[in-house]
Design a binder for this molecule. Structure first.
Ligand code: GLU
Length: 305
C-alpha cells in the first residue's frame, strides 16, 4: 500500500533517469475515445515533460485487436491535438512491434516456461499453480509463456506521489504471463520493451497501473533495461467508485470545449489556476507547464468526480 510519508518532489526511482534527458509518454489503449480520465493522465505526463524541457511521446497500445474499437486510435490522436497536447516524435503503434516483443521473449527464455492451464485452473493471482514449469516437454496444445519470479524477489521503488513501495513480488506473483495462449503479447512485456525502445525516463500515469509496476520493473531488470522514474496520479471515479473508463462508458470529450476540459483536468490535479483570458489550449498549457507543481497533486489513489 502507498506510504504517504514520501517527499513528493523526490523523483528518484533510480539515479539513472535524472542524469538522462527527460523523455515521457502517454500510452492510451484504443478501446474508445479520449475521456476526462484519460485526459487527466495525458495532461499530467505532458506538463511534467514540458516543465522539465523534456520530450513527450505518444504510443498507441493497440496490442489486443479484439478489444480495439475501430477509429478509436485516430479519435484519441485528434482529441489530443485539439487539446493542444502535441507530441514530439512519431507515434509508436504496438501493433507493429511484434518482432521486438519476440526478441525479448527469446532473451527471457531461461526464466520462462510454457503453460496450458485454462483460466479456471489458475490461482487467485492468475499464477500457474499446476506445475507446468516442471514439465520436461511443453504440451502440443497452444500454450502461454510465463516468467518465473524467484520467491525471494522484492521490488522497491519510490513513486513520486504514492511514496515508497516495497513489493514482495516473489510472494504475490510466482509467475506471470508475458505471452498469451492466443498468440498476443502481454501488456507487461510490451510496455517494458516499448518504454526502453523509446528511451522513456519518466512514467506519469494513472494510479490504477501502480500495481503493474513491480512486474514491469522485474522485466526491466531481467532484460537489462534502465528503470524509469514513476509518478502515479490519482484516477477519477464515478459516484459508484468505478474508474472513469471506456468500459464504464465515460463520455467522450467534446473538443469544442477543449479549454474548459483542460481547466477541469488542472483542477483535478490541484494545479494553480490559469488566469482568465487564456482562450487557447496552447496558451493554457504553456501557463500550466510553467507553473506545474506535482507536489500539489493529492497523493491518493482515486478521487470521486
Ligand atoms: N495502455 C495502458 C492503458 O491505457 C497504459 C499503459 C501505461 O501507461 O503504462 O491503461
Amino acid at each position: 500500500m502507498p506510504d504517504s510519508t514520501a517527499t513528493p518532489d523526490s523523483l528518484t526511482a533510480t539515479s539513472a533517469p535524472s542524469k538522462l534527458p527527460y523523455r515521457g509518454r502517454f500510452a492510451p489503449s484504443p478501446t474508445g475515445p479520449l475521456h476526462l480520465g484519460s485526459l487527466i493522465a495525458a495532461v499530467a505526463s505532458y506538463l511534467d515533460a514540458r516543465n522539465h524541457n523534456g520530450t513527450w511521446l505518444v504510443r498507441i497500445d493497440n496490442l489486443d485487436p479484439p478489444r480495439e474499437v475501430p477509429g478509436a486510435a485516430d479519435s484519441i490522436l485528434n482529441s489530443l491535438r485539439q487539446h493542444g497536447l502535441h507530441w514530439d516524435e512519431e507515434v509508436l503503434w504496438q501493433s507493429q512491434r511484434g518482432p521486438a516483443y519476440q526478441r525479448a521473449l527469446g532473451q527471457l527464455s531461461s526464466s520462462t516456461f510454457q503453460c496450458d492451464c485454462s483460466r479456471g485452473e489458475l490461482g487467485p493471482n492468475g499464477d500457474c499453480q499446476r506445475g507446468c514449469r516442471l514439465r520436461q516437454q511443453a504440451p502440443v496444445t497452444p500454450c502461454a509463456t510465463r516468467i518465473s519470479v524467484p520467491e525471494n524477489v522484492s521490488i522497491q521503488f519510490t513513486d513520486q506521489l504514492q511514496g515508497q513501495q516495497n513489493i514482495a513480488l516473489g510472494q504475490s506473483a510466482e509467475n506471470f504471463l508475458i505471452h498469451r495462449k492466443d498468440g498476443l503479447y502481454a501488456y507487461q512485456l510490451a510496455v517494458v520493451v516499448d518504454d526502453a525502445h523509446q528511451g522513456i525516463t519518466h512514467i506519469v500515469r494513472g494510479s490504477d497501473l501502480l500495481d503493474t509496476t513491480a512486474r514491469q520493473q522485474f522485466l526491466q531488470q531481467a532484460l537489462g533495461y534502465l528503470t524509469p522514474a514513476y509518478c502515479h496520479v490519482p484516477v477519477i471515479t464515478n459516484a459508484q467508485g468505478q474508474k472513469f473508463s471506456k468500459q464504464n462508458l465515460a463520455p467522450a470529450l467534446d473538443s469544442e470545449t477543449a479549454v474548459l476540459n483542460l481547466r477541469t483536468a488542472l483542477d483535478f490535479l490541484s494545479q494553480p489556476h490559469p488566469p482568465d483570458g487564456l482562450y487557447e489550449p496552447d496558451s493554457l498549457l504553456a501557463f500550466a507547464a510553467n507553473h506545474w507543481s506535482p507536489h500539489l497533486i493529492p497523493g491518493v489513489m482515486s478521487i470521486s468526480a
